[in-house]
Ligand binder design. Sequence first.
Ligand SMILES: [Zn+2]
Ligand SMILES: [Zn+2]
Length: 227
Amino acid sequence: MSTNIQSSPAVKMSFPVGMFTNSYLFGQSAKNFMLAAGFFFGITVIRYLFRANKRSEFDYYPHDKVIEICKFCQIIKDQQCNLYNDEDVMAFSDGGPLAKQHLLIVPHKHIRHINTIESTPESLALLKKMQKVALDLLKQIHLKEFEKQQALSDKPLEFKEGQYLLGFHRSFAISVDHLHMHAFELPFKSTFIYWRKTCWIFFMKIEDLISYIEKQIERQLQRKVTF
Ligand SMILES: [Zn+2]
Ligand SMILES: [Zn+2]
């Protein structure tokens, strides 16, 4: 039995791929150059996405001026928040909700984004407070809004873990130049929003940020001990 390998579709398919993987049309050095160029292009893209201090107009202004321009600083100054306000944080509902419930938790201090949070116990306390305020508010609104449903059904109304998502924009994806935590009660309004908001490239969950800052503080302490 004879089979014609030349005319088999699998061999035909692999022909253009072989042009790049073997040094057939390109020399070995050209192939290596392309690989290296691809590698550095990839690194550049990643570095662009994760660069720590993206410059904005805010960087060139003194602190007083920043507070004058910043949208969230103005809301804090005018006490326009409708849900919660104390000496450290405030909370209000998002104008264009993306989920069943969508709140914003904003610290009074003007911090640009998660990369400019200092790794100090004070920041840690602030983040934990933001988390607590968000969960309390979500729970409160959830229970208030669904009291009627509770009255109709026998099932006890509870607020479970996994029913909410708390987190921040990554530094390159910030919408407003003032640190704010988005607090969602699931489900999201669409699959695309769900994907965009839960994807780690765009969004950092509060739990991850807290554990990262805890580790940084631990490292600083270790450094102090060794010196
Ligand atoms: Zn601000
Ligand atoms: Zn935002």
